[in-house]
Design a binder for this molecule. Structure first.
Ligand code: C2E
Ligand code: CA
Ligand code: CA
Ligand code: CA
Length: 275
């Protein structure tokens, strides 16, 4: 952001350190980006490990900054969460993705990430209803991904919202499993249909017996609970073979496909359907 206008000295107090100033600049830039429509949704395949066919795609938001180029969501999502912008941004991603997914082959699922802040906004249920109604996407094709961070807040409201979403026919996935508090009681308390094992476990599955044992245990637990188990961050054939052998059902990662813009994912899906 530029130090334009008279308000500038208030936005960039001399007492702010460089980190705080950069943060403030990013906040302002993000607000402008929203007004100018600089966001885009990309899609990454989620594949069935048994036959490598595409079961669905995850929507991943991208910010094309006019001077800095692509900025990673890892950098701007936390800022959007702090400022509350994530509520409108998240709703936009959901609507955009639902519309685009209606052009995909029938049955291909759409996964959308939800921030804990969206869960707290209380309008989440109606936003989902609206996105489905406006796009015409069947609820059964939508998967909403939440992290354990969602489960750490007000559990009555969270559980009520999740139950409402399930009643609509939407599926819920527990994202980044293994990185947070990973309480197994979550799996009993909340109505998840899928666990997404974090990429950190697959990274050294070939030479770390501990990672392999955890993947195996989660896969076995998921099977007993009737859930699908997806492993994130699969980059090599060796990792793919390993997680399949450990009993996981789905995978995601550069081996199967990187996140790509909407028009490219349509090509990818068409190719997959012709196999
Ligand atoms: P995530 O939900 O865990 O998404 C998976 C991330 O792993 C994506 O990063 C994806 O590009 C990356 N990835 C996929 N396969 C591989 C692989 O084989 N190797 C490696 N090294 N990385 C892989 P991305 O797109 O940068 O997104 C980062 C995070 O930002 C997401 O992590 C998610 O937490 C958040 N995010 C992205 N889009 C949204 C959104 O629309 N809403 C919200 N609330 N969060 C979002
Ligand atoms: Ca995710
Ligand atoms: Ca994840
Ligand atoms: Ca992650």
């Amino acid at each position: 952001a530029k130090a334009d206008g008279r308000g500038a000295y208030r936005l960039f107090e001399p007492s702010m350190d460089a980190g705080a100033q950069a943060r403030r600049a990013l906040e302002l830039d993000l607000r402008h980006a929203w007004e100018r429509g600089e966001f885009e949704v990309h899609y990454q395949p989620l594949v069935e490990l048994s036959n490598r066919r595409i079961a669905g795609c995850e929507a991943l938001v991208r910010w094309r900054h006019p001077s800095r180029g692509w900025i990673s969501p890892l950098e701007f999502i936390p800022v959007a969460e702090e400022t509350g912008l994530i509520v409108s941004l998240g709703e936009w991603v959901l609507n955009q993705a639902c519309v685009e997914a209606t052009a995909w082959p029938k049955g291909t699922r759409l996964a959308v990430n939800l921030s804990p802040v969206q869960f707290k906004s209380r309008s989440l249920g109606s936003s989902v209803v609206t996105a489905l109604a406006k796009s015409g996407l069947p609820a059964s094709r939508l998967e909403l991904e939440v992290t354990e961070m969602v489960l750490l807040q007000d559990s009555d409201l969270t559980l009520a919202t999740m139950t409402q979403l399930r009643q609509l026919g939407v599926r819920l996935s527990l994202d980044d499993f293994g990185t947070g508090y990973s309480s197994l009681s979550y799996l009993r308390k909340y109505p998840f249909e899928k666990i997404k094992i974090d990429s950190s476990f697959v990274k050294d599955i070939g030479h770390d017996a501990g990672s392999a044992a955890i993947v195996r245990a989660v896969a076995s637990l998921g099977r007993d609970l009737g859930m699908s188990i997806l492993v994130e961050g699969i980059e090599t054939t060796e990792q793919f073979e390993r997680v399949k052998a450990e009993g996981c059902t789905e995978g995601q990662g550069y081996l199967f496909g990187r996140p790509v813009p909407s028009h490219e994912i349509r090509e990818v899906l068409r190719g997959d359907a012709q196999r």
